[in-house]
Structures are given as C-alpha cells and as structure tokens.
Design a protein around this ligand. Structure first.
Ligand code: PEP
Ligand code: MN
Length: 357
C-alpha cells in the first residue's frame, strides 16, 4: 500500500502553498453565508472550501445539517470563489448526492471511519471516481482501525487518500474536546510513509483559543497541512460554535505558522544532529543493558517468591518504587507522569516474567 499520490501533486490543492489548508464552516448553513465566506477565504489564499451537509450530532434535536439542498450551494460557493469543495459522506447515498453535484472531494468522519461496513460501502461507491478522500481517525485510538479504513479505500483503486488527525474520544478531565494522542498519527506515518497527513485542530481542541497552538504542534511534527473550521460569526454557528474562528483569525494564524521540512541541505546542522544522535544511541544501548539486568534480578526474586509461597504482586513494594522514581524524576526536572508510565510498563513486564509468561 505505498501507492499514494503525494499531496503536492493533488490537483485539489493546485496553487496552494504549504501548509495545505482546507477551511470552511462546520456546517453549511445558507447559500448566502457560504458564498460570502468562500470569497473571504479565497482572498486569504485558501483553495479548498469545506462544509458539512449531514452532521453527526450527539443528541437528537440538534441541527443535523441542511442535507442534499446544500450540495448545490457548496458547488456554487466554490465556483463563485474559484475554490475546490469538500464535504463529509457517511454512506453511499450521501456520495451519490455529492457526485451528482460535482463536489471535488469527500471526508469520512470519525464516527464513520471506525465502521468497516460503512467504509466498505463508501469505498465501493468511490471506485473509479478518482475522488480525493480524507479519512479522519476513528473515535477510538486504534491505529489498526484507522489503517484498515485507509486500506479499504486504497483497495478500491483510489490514489488520492489523506489521513486527518482530529483527536480521540476520551473519558474524564481534559482541556481538549478530543485529546490529540500524537503517537497514533506518528505510528500511522511509520506504517504508511507515503500517506499525506492533515491535522484538524478544531475538533481536537473544541475551543478557538487553542486552535493555533495545536496547529503549530502538528506542523512542527511534520503534518502536511490543516483542516480548520471557519465561520463568519462563530458564536452564531449552528454547530461547533465554540471551536470555529473567523476568516480574519485564520489569516492571523496562518501568518504566524511556519512550515518545517523533513530534510535539510545544511551540512553543519546535519553533522551536529548526527553527533548528538551518537549520544542517544549510546544511552539507548545502556538502557537496554540495564533493563536486561533489572529483569534478571526480578526473575531471581520471582524464584524466591515461588519457593516461599509469596504472591507475585506486592502492592506495598510497588507503591514504594513508584513514589521513589517519581521523586527522582522531579529532582531531575522530568515529567513525573512520563516516568510513572514507563515504570508501570516495566513493572508489568517484570510481573509477567515472575508469572513465567
Ligand atoms: C466535521 O469535520 O465537521 C466533523 C464532524 O468531524 P469529525 O468526524 O472529526 O467529528
Ligand atoms: Mn464540526
């Protein structure tokens, strides 16, 4: 599955500079507001207009989108501003409407990309159309499910496929609407190195004041571009009001963002990085040696526990270890939760060794 078309060769973005940006309202609301927003976006250099027609809402009775009628408005707004257009499809019937109305690209929403039945249905319906498809990550942080959806589109012969990181559903306290577990898109890129990758900071944050920071982080990490929700009067938006920004705000954000590149011709920088990486490699080798030594000691302890009928799990000892390493981490200015996470993994492996797994 390495047959993806590089994003700089997508006709959809022709004329765009990096980062590649898709912008527009969460939902298409009216013909007039969409046309005037498209004209504003085009003026600030955006070439692809987004707008949801069918909105997957958590509660019934919320605004669920204007539906089929809006497809014509989307096409008209795109034509009026000289932009390409994109919308969400959640089944083959939606796709039919999109194809009839000459919409240029589709995205698969987070609630759909985790559903193999629907993904397969849409992938079949897209076969032979050559339409670009943006695959948002599923709600659950599972790289298999996300990769699986991408594979279905690739097997339908589509070449213009792009993944979109929009954060993951999470339970409990977080400042984000859908926290960005960056390790998941990082893993996706490792598996599918040729696959273009965008970030959707609007759905990650759910708050307009955090959008710029997440967009910046994504570009620093190496994402190719952004999908951002923009509305002329965000507070009055019929869906996702809190996360949408104005076209003027978008212009400000894009003006402040800088793209990085995955390689450099600066020989001095390359040599300095290589030199530092030798240090990292040396430390990694020492860490592995220490872990192996730790594991051997743990195995010896396991044998004594077995002989003397002691339980493998010794909660008191585990608490002491955790408290001690957290205190040491603090002293060295390391994030305590980071160290806890590492030690939880080490302790689990150590118990498994003592269980004889
Ligand atoms: C959207 O882009 O409007 C949307 C509903 O996105 P997601 O599927 O990421 O929630
Ligand atoms: Mn939205």
């Amino acid at each position: 599955m390495s047959d993806f078309c590089q994003i700089q060769d997508w006709k959809l973005f022709s004329g765009s500079g990096r980062p590649y940006v898709i912008a527009g309202p969460c939902s298409v609301e009216s013909r007039e507001s969409l046309v005037s927003e498209a004209l504003c976006l085009k003026k600030i250099g955006i070439n692809v207009l987004r707008g949801g027609l069918w909105k997957p809402r958590t509660h019934p009775g919320s605004f669920e989108g204007v539906g089929e009628e809006g497809a014509g408005w989307l096409r008209e707004a795109g034509a009026a501003a000289g932009m390409r257009t994109a919308t969400e499809v959640a089944n083959a019937r939606h796709l039919d409407v999109i194809l009839k109305n000459g919409i240029d690209a589709v995205w698969i929403g987070a609630r759909t990309s985790g559903n193999p039945f629907l993904v397969q249905e849409i992938a079949e319906a897209l076969r032979g159309t050559g339409l670009p498809v943006f695959v948002k990550n599923p709600l659950v942080p599972d790289p298999e499910l996300w990769t699986g959806a991408i594979e279905r589109f690739a097997r339908s012969g589509l070449k213009y496929i792009c993944a979109v990181h929009r954060g993951f559903h999470s339970y409990g306290e977080t400042i984000f609407r859908n926290p960005p577990f960056w390790q998941i898109p990082v893993e996706l890129r490792r598996r599918l190195p040729g696959l273009p990758l965008l970030c959707d900071p609007s759905h990650i944050t759910g708050r307009r004041d955090l959008v710029e920071d997440i967009a910046r982080q994504a570009l620093i990490l190496g994402f190719d571009g952004l999908m951002i929700e923009v509305h002329p009067d965000p507070d009055k938006a019929l869906s996702d009001a809190a996360q949408q920004i104005t076209p003027e705000a978008l212009q400000g954000v894009l003006g402040r963002l800088r793209m990085r590149s995955s390689s450099t011709s600066d020989a001095e920088a390359t040599a300095a990085i290589d030199d530092l990486r030798t240090g990292i490699d040396r430390i990694d080798a020492a860490l592995i040696d220490l872990l192996a030594e730790r594991m051997n000691i743990s195995e010896s302890i396991g044998r004594i526990k077995e002989r003397s009928g002691l339980t493998v799990l010794q909660t008191g000892r585990w608490n002491t270890v955790l408290e001690k390493v957290r205190a040491m981490a603090k002293e060295k200015n390391l994030d305590e939760d980071f160290i806890s996470e590492i030690y939880t993994t080490i302790h689990r492996a150590s118990m498994e060794r003592q269980l004889g797994k």
